[in-house]
Design a protein around this ligand. Structure first.
Ligand SMILES: [Zn+2]
Ligand SMILES: [Zn+2]
Length: 307
């Protein structure tokens, strides 16, 4: 893991100011005031806004280190593709509309991250409507091949635990497990992504994964201040694959226990037919546990700015 240093400018300015003040023989009591003002001005110049917006299902945007990332675009209109079966509900997907137009959503996007190519993360509408030259990060050659065949021309394949510099933002692929046992194999490869920047809090986007030892390891390694989880407890009924495909409330609680200081934001809720955990049930659960200030459950379209 790369450790970031405080920006050199900050330290330099403080040292310089002290030197000047010492040289001028200025009254001692004036010194801390000048330093304080100067430091806060410098910080303001260096700061970026960290914005998260829940769009729908796993589709989110993250403005981070001056870059806007669009994650896992599912852009279909309500009911445009088949349900995931067998499941308790057989409604067509997505279950709800986007909270904004596709044009609005794509405005200002610098890069798209596709954690894996399941229909609810990269659907036909996204394949059709994303600009073919948009910068796209994908988890492996297999997914990149699929995107290339669709005509995308600016794909970068990520490699596990290898940081990529994207205009000053470091993004690192981390592992995920899309279900338990055999189910995970059937669901295929997935990734999470860690975002780091010298002036930003570290963000861990877990992607479609259940809670397992690797998630804890990632939390220990990167000590993220913000953790984005896919927590809809999505699952199939009968036959195979069995068990939850992504996190449920108990998994979310495990993440909280592993990172009690972090802010956890839960996504991938109530937008595709095989969901098993509603926002209401999750909110009741986190209220019972008394962790409602640690775990946020945004509605579609809702956004958060982190200082
Ligand atoms: Zn998936
Ligand atoms: Zn999913």
């Amino acid at each position: 893991m790369k450790k970031f240093k405080k920006p050199a400018m900050l330290t330099m300015t403080a040292v310089l100011m002290s030197a000047i003040l010492a040289a001028c023989g200025t009254a001692q009591e004036a010194k801390p005031v000048v330093e304080e003002q100067n430091t806060s001005q410098q910080q303001q110049q260096q700061e970026y806004e960290l914005n998260f917006q829940q769009i729908r299902n796993a589709t989110i945007t993250l403005e981070y280190g001056g870059q806007k990332f669009l994650v896992d675009p599912m852009l279909s209109k309500k009911g445009e593709f088949d349900p995931f079966l067998p499941a308790e509900r057989d409604d067509r997907n997505p279950l709800v509309e986007l909270p904004m137009s596709v044009d609005e959503l794509l405005e200002g996007v610098d890069a798209v991250i596709i954690t894996h190519t399941h229909e609810d993360h990269f659907d036909q509408a996204a394949k059709d409507q994303l600009p073919k030259d948009i910068k796209m990060f994908m988890q492996d050659e297999e997914d990149a091949k699929l995107a290339k065949e669709l005509g995308f021309t600016n794909i970068e394949v990520m490699e596990e635990e290898v940081a990529i510099d994207f205009n000053g933002v470091e993004i690192t692929e981390v592992d995920g497990r899309h279900g338990y046992g055999e189910t995970a194999e059937l669901m295929g490869n997935v990734m999470g992504v860690v975002f780091q920047h010298p002036e930003e809090e570290t963000v861990y986007l877990a992607g479609d994964t259940v809670w397992y030892e690797k998630v804890e390891e990632i939390i220990d390694t990167y000590t993220p201040e913000i953790i984005l989880l896919n927590g809809g407890e999505n699952h199939f009924t009968g036959g195979r694959p069995v068990g939850n495909l992504i996190m449920g409330k108990e998994d979310i609680y495990e993440v909280y226990k592993a990172a009690p200081e972090a802010t956890i934001v839960v996504s991938h809720l109530e937008a595709v037919n095989h969901w098993g955990l509603s926002r209401e049930e999750l909110k009741n659960f986190i209220n019972e546990k008394g962790i409602q200030s640690n775990v946020l459950v945004p509605d579609d379209g809702e956004s958060y700015t982190f200082e």
